[in-house]
Design a protein around this ligand. Structure first.
Ligand SMILES: C[S@@+](CC[C@H](N)C(=O)[O-])C[C@H]1O[C@@H](n2cnc3c(N)ncnc32)[C@H](O)[C@@H]1O
Length: 238
């Protein structure tokens, strides 16, 4: 599979020409991962006291949510014994793009050699293959497992994989990337959830909220991370 083309815009944001959208804003990636995705799923508190905690993500992209989650988990003395991060990516970038993305994240202290960010990134880059097909299952550091499916979410999540505790919904905008938010994709995600699974997203589109509600989620709009006014939190009750 040819790696996905990534263009760095003049303002420093990574742009995907296939979808005509940015993976993140210039300064927003790390803050969004923490403020929208981790916080929206009640993390780090939610994994405390669990032997194993499983997060499912739609759209691995440049791995920012994964890196931020792994760093928060490694830095939490009360973390679960194991963390399983399950993600899918239909259009993977190569390791050079991943590394460049990590270099451009605005978070200098965490990237220092020997810090958790650098340890996770080094392990991720070492595992990242030149040809991406099927599911990959990697233990990057003790207790830290990454399960990565290189396929569209709606097909990759068709196989039951054990109930997930948290979900990050992170496609490009629904207007430009409708299949990341359509009913088959969200139904495939819901099929992996248990009662009480928490879900977070930056996207509060009415169509997405309606689909999630129909699938058994209780959906709430929350104050967003500037420049976005709102973000989404939901809990699965089905
Ligand atoms: C906004 S980016 C995700 C950013 C990522 N979570 C991060 O932390 O860097 C959306 C990603 O979803 C991927 N994508 C779009 N449609 C998809 C689909 N149907 N199934 C799987 N991945 C998809 C895109 O290729 C892109 O990498």
């Amino acid at each position: 599979m040819k790696p996905e083309t990534l263009i760095w815009l003049a303002d420093g944001s990574p742009f995907n020409p296939r979808f005509g959208d940015v993976y993140r804003t210039r300064t927003g990636g790390w803050a969004q991962a923490q403020g929208v995705f981790l916080n929206g799923c009640g993390l780090p508190q939610a994994w405390r006291g669990c032997s194993s905690f499983r997060i499912l993500e739609t759209g691995f992209g440049l791995g920012v949510n994964f890196l931020a989650t792994a760093v928060a988990w490694l830095g939490d003395p009360a973390r679960s014994s194991e963390l399983h991060f399950v993600s899918v990516e239909a259009y993977p970038v190569d390791d050079v793009a991943l590394q460049e993305s990590a270099r451009r994240l605005d978070m200098a202290p965490e990237t220092a050699p020997g810090q958790d960010f650098a340890r996770v990134l080094t392990a991720l880059l070492a595992a990242w293959p030149s040809r991406q097909t099927g599911w990959q299952h990697w233990t990057l550091l003790p207790g830290l497992h990454l399960h990565l499916g290189w396929a569209p979410a709606q097909t990759a999540f068709n196989t039951p994989m054990g109930p997930v505790d948290a979900v990050y919904l992170d496609g490009f905008s629904p207007r430009r990337n409708p299949d990341a938010w359509d009913s088959p994709t969200l139904a495939a995600v819901a099929a992996q959830c248990r009662r009480g699974t928490r879900l977070s997203s930056w996207c509060v589109a009415g169509s997405v909220r309606t689909r999630l509600t129909e699938l058994g989620f209780t959906v709430q709009k929350m104050p967003g991370l500037p420049p976005k006014k709102e973000r989404l939190e939901a809990t699965f009750g089905g």
